[in-house]
Design a protein around this ligand. Structure first.
Ligand code: G
Ligand code: G
Ligand code: NA
Ligand code: MN
Length: 254
């Protein structure tokens, strides 16, 4: 298709960029960022991943695109290493199901960490529940191999998928990320308030930290804090922005 040709072209001509969205602690201190892919299309402007990731998955182009994202994020971790303020910040990288299932994935992560010199502790991979739908034991094995390197795992969009409690406890996760659809109408929506409390308590039982995404208001943050969620991401703190702006944002709040 035309879009597929466009995507290949984009990869060759460096039309992808990354935006960084701040993650903060309960005290409001920066703890890291989620890395979000954008396509700077010459005619269409900034294209959201929602509009091209599905095709990239279908065509397999997600593999080279995903490697580029991972490599760029790891280079950034290495650049921040010499900065007194940013050297402790973690970067969270989204990994699609097809990318994670690819046979070379463990080797790719190992190689990229080695080549960039990024501290593995500062890298977190965001998986969705769809990754774990098939071949659970192979997925767990791969996760363990990557975790051994020091890399963490966050379960993205948590609560929207099909995780069963029995395998959730078998996965070597470090974090649950509360999907923003549950955060959106806090604290008024009683159902969502209960779901959010349940996820936070589940995180406690499984010894996982919990981060909420899509936090837009002070009331949402307050509810989450009271419920025991100690890490947040959302427009209330900062929208996803290019690295130059992100660096400036962090420097200005010191
Ligand atoms: O930033 P935005 O809301 O437009 O992101 C839309 C969706 O695209 C989110 O679900 C996000 O997880 C996904 N996404 C963003 N960046 C990447 C990426 O680098 N790789 C993959 N696989 N998905 C991404
Ligand atoms: O699926 P995933 O969690 O990776 O999606 C992240 C997406 O959420 C990004 O595309 C980002 O643009 C979007 N996002 C980030 N903060 C907020 C927020 O506070 N509100 C809403 N509605 N979307 C957000
Ligand atoms: Na994500
Ligand atoms: Mn996410």
């Amino acid at each position: 298709t035309a879009m597929e040709t466009d995507l290949r072209h984009a990869l060759m001509h460096q039309q992808f960029i990354l935006h960084y969205q701040l993650q903060v602690s309960a005290l409001g201190d920066p703890i890291g960022a989620e890395v979000l892919l954008r396509w700077r299309h010459p005619g269409r402007g900034l294209v959201s991943p929602l509009d091209f990731i599905p095709l990239a998955e279908e065509t397999g182009l997600i593999l080279p695109i995903g490697l580029w994202v991972l490599e760029t994020a790891c280079k950034q971790i290495a650049v921040w290493a010499s900065d007194p303020v940013k050297s402790g910040m973690q970067l969270a990288v989204n990994v699609s199901a097809r990318q994670f299932r690819h046979t070379g994935f463990v080797e790719d992560v190992t190689r990229i960490l080695h080549e960039t010199g990024a501290n593995p502790i500062l890298l977190k991979l965001e998986l969705t529940e769809s990754v774990v739908l098939e071949d659970v034991s192979i997925v767990i094995e791969k996760m363990h191999a990557i975790k051994k390197l020091g890399v963490g795992f966050s379960m993205d969009d948590f609560g929207t998928g099909y995780s069963s409690l029995s395998y959730l406890q078998r996965l070597p996760l470090t974090q649950l990320k509360i999907d923003r659809s549950f955060v959106h109408n806090l604290p008024d929506d009683v159902n969502n308030a209960n779901i959010v409390r349940t996820i936070i308590s589940l995180g406690g039982s499984l010894d996982l930290n919990v981060i909420a995404e899509g936090v837009e208001t002070e009331q949402q943050r307050e509810f989450l804090l009271q419920a025991g969620c100690l890490a947040y991401q959302g427009y209330l703190f900062c929208k996803p922005i290019p690295i130059e702006e992100f660096d400036e944002f962090i420097s200005n709040r010191q």
